[in-house]
Design a protein around this ligand. Structure first.
Ligand code: HEM
Length: 505
């Protein structure tokens, strides 16, 4: 090809990025600094697997407020308490990608709803009814029962003749799964042998398929042109949606019959039956809400509890101090109850420090400024934008922010449920997590029982510095390498390790 023929191509290569830059400048105004973005793909190919670590490194270079281009969408990433406050206060909508749009039926649930009359109504239902303290109190025996079941299965595993190091995640996950399904659907989907029943297998399969579908289009989602090309397999979404509806309606029918025979129970399906007319809830909203609870309440507590156990085996001093407190307050003649937690300040500090250093969603859920409201002046004067947080562990922590030191919560009173912007594992402001107290109590109960009933150590030949403390890729940050530990029973009487089942469903 001769030179004149190449000229239009060369001109296009220069003109396209300049045009995009000028177009964005007019559309969005002046943006905060950030890594250099490529046309169309933005920074998508520069972001490393563990996104929260990548953003932290970039924040070191570009400052506490930076712009990262996820394809053609600008995202603001902030990393100070003051900026976090602005985000939580001002950006109350959610940016929905295609899967969020489809799974939430256009934001008719809670998690993906934009801030507006629908959101306010459903949030009120959560605050005043579903998560009301009296309902939580009535449902408390469920989590105690599940934590006791976990202790029993760990006891069996560690006292078996072939007793080996155990993976704690499996045991913690069982507690969280059973707890959230009993709370939400009023059912424990486990048959006597400890295996899932048919409905339980179907529920797990639906959750797994939802995650798979959600992850199948990560790049195309962010690029306008590809979105137009409609690469989405609509049939797959429809089939998944129908399967989820079938499952939920079957459970709802079962409960409708139960309700007639035995009267109202406290779990969420029952509560929604009773309240749907009063709150004028559509079928989509009821189903969406139930699945929001399953999505938000299954892994979050497990993630922080597993990280907490890793910190406790790396820091035997902290483990012993917590155990001394448990022995002093409870003794060794009975097991811990959730009602003991207010009398265990060091255990509470361990839980808060674990949430601070290892929040399950370090980048939060995305927030967006609504089209009507303008983004705060520090962000963009014009654009509705989504935002993320980076390394929330470092917010407002002047000393050793990355060190695991529960004492910091004894030296100063710091709330972690959203009223203090220095520690925000549950977010803050209008979209703060409605399940925060539930999550904290569950983690406190799991960690309290594990420390009271067992002494924990690393397997022979493993040293604290060998532990892989890297997060897994994804929106939620499990330990990249599941924790393996050795447990030795601490209580003398064998019956203290036995579950006494509670039937609330
Ligand atoms: C144990 C740990 C948990 C952690 C760390 C956690 C964290 C979070 C975070 C960071 C958000 C986003 C807040 C924001 O956008 O500003 C959130 C939202 C939410 N969480 Fe949790 N969560 C936990 C447990 C739960 C549980 C047990 C439930 C329900 C049973 C729950 C239900 C929700 C719901 C429905 C939302 C959406 C709220 C909204 O958009 O208005 N979470 N959570």
């Amino acid at each position: 090809m001769d030179t004149p023929a190449l000229l239009p191509l060369a001109l296009a290569l220069v003109a396209i990025p300049i045009t995009i830059f000028l177009f964005n400048r007019i559309r969005l105004g002046r943006l905060s600094p950030g890594p250099r973005a490529w046309p169309v793909v933005g920074n998508l190919f520069d972001i490393t697997l563990v996104r929260c670590r990548c953003f932290m490194e970039w924040a070191g270079k570009y400052g506490p407020i930076m712009t990262v281009w996820l394809g053609t969408s600008p995202t603001i990433v902030v990393s100070t308490s003051e900026l976090a406050r602005e985000v939580f206060k001002n950006l109350a909508d959610r940016p929905r990608n295609h899967s969020a749009e489809r799974s939430s039926r256009g934001g008719t649930d809670l998690i993906w709803a934009d801030y507006g009359p629908h959101y306010v109504k459903v949030r009120k239902l959560c605050n005043l009814e579903l998560f009301a303290p009296r309902r939580m109190e009535a449902l408390r025996p469920i989590s105690e029962d599940e934590v006791n079941a976990m202790v029993e299965s760990i006891y069996r595993a560690v006292t078996a003749p072939e007793g080996k190091p155990i993976g704690v995640r499996k045991h913690l996950s069982m507690v969280a799964f059973n707890n959230i399904t009993r709370l939400t659907f009023g059912k424990r989907f486990i048959v006597a042998a400890g295996e899932l029943d048919e409905q339980g297998c179907e529920l797990k399969a639906i959750v797994k398929a939802g995650i798979k579908i959600g992850a199948s289009l990560p790049i195309a989602e962010h690029i306008l042109v590809l979105r137009w090309l409609n690469l989405v397999d609509e049939e797959l979404y429809n089939a998944h949606s129908a399967r989820r509806d079938r499952f939920t309606r079957r459970i709802m029918d079962e409960h409708a019959r139960e309700l007639e025979r035995h009267g109202a129970k406290q779990h969420f399906v029952n509560a929604l039956f009773t309240l749907r007319d009063q709150y004028d809830l559509s079928d989509d909203t009821v189903i969406g809400l139930l699945w929001d609870m399953i999505a938000a309440g299954s892994d979050t507590a497990v993630i922080t509890a597993e990280w907490a156990m890793a910190e406790l085996v790396r820091n035997p001093r902290v483990q012993m101090k917590a155990q001394e407190e448990l022995d002093r307050v409870i003794g060794r003649g009975r097991v811990m109850l959730e009602a003991d937690i207010p009398n265990l300040p060091y255990l509470q500090a361990v839980v808060k420090e674990s949430f601070r250093l290892h929040p399950p969603t370090p980048l939060m859920l995305p927030h967006k400024a609504s089209a009507a409201s303008r983004s705060p002046a520090t962000m963009s004067p014009r654009a509705p934008m989504s935002s993320s947080m980076t390394r929330p562990q470092c917010l407002g922590q002047p000393t050793a922010p990355l060190e695991y030191r529960p004492e910091r919560f004894l030296e100063e009173s710091i709330d972690i449920k959203g009223s203090d912007y220095r520690v925000v594992p549950f977010g803050a402001g209008r979209r703060v997590c409605p399940g925060a107290q539930l999550g904290i109590s569950l983690v406190a109960s799991m960690i309290g029982h594990l420390l009271h009933q067992f002494t924990w150590a690393l397997p022979d030949g493993t040293w604290p510095e060998d532990l892989d403390m890297m997060e897994s890729p994804g929106l939620v940050t499990f330990m990249a390498t599941p924790l393996q530990v050795v447990a030795m029973p601490r209580l003398d009487k064998e019956e203290l390790f036995k579950r006494v089942p509670v039937d609330l469903s």
